[in-house]
Design a protein around this ligand. Structure first.
Ligand SMILES: [Mg+2]
Length: 130
């Protein structure tokens, strides 16, 4: 677990500020507030990555339900709840949430395939790897 959850956020500030401006800073402040909330409630360190994973899956169920119903307010709530659980999981597992997202994006960013209107993803074989 990170001794000070602000350490890794601080490192991102200059990068994000130059790339995303005030929205990036606001995002980091929100993530920092989520971590502090988790620490104040002792979720960090008393919960476990496994418990937060199960909670995230439960919240995903709520997101699926809201999505199927087309309920945008509930979808917004559920996306937030899933994200909070994932942030808690990362803190408990000593993972950096942004690094996880960056790694996922780094893996897909050069893919050239596209999704058809029928929902089929067509890979560009020369550049896409799985
Ligand atoms: Mg919920």
């Amino acid at each position: 677990m990170n001794e000070n959850p602000n350490d890794h956020w601080r490192d991102w500030v200059s990068d994000i500020h130059s790339g995303f401006g005030d929205d990036g800073i606001a995002f980091l402040h929100t993530m920092d507030a989520v971590v502090r909330w988790g620490m104040a409630r002792k979720i960090i360190p008393h919960s476990t990555p496994q418990a937060q994973c199960l909670k995230a899956v439960s919240e995903m169920g709520e997101l699926a339900d809201a999505t199927l119903k087309g309920d945008l307010l509930e979808m917004r709530d559920a996306v937030g709840d899933v994200t909070v659980c994932l942030i808690m999981l990362c803190e408990l597992a000593d993972l950096d949430f942004k690094e996880c997202l960056d790694a996922a994006f780094d893996e897909i960013k050069d893919r050239k395939g596209t999704l058809t209107k029928e929902g089929v993803f067509v890979k560009c074989e020369e550049t896409d790897h799985d």
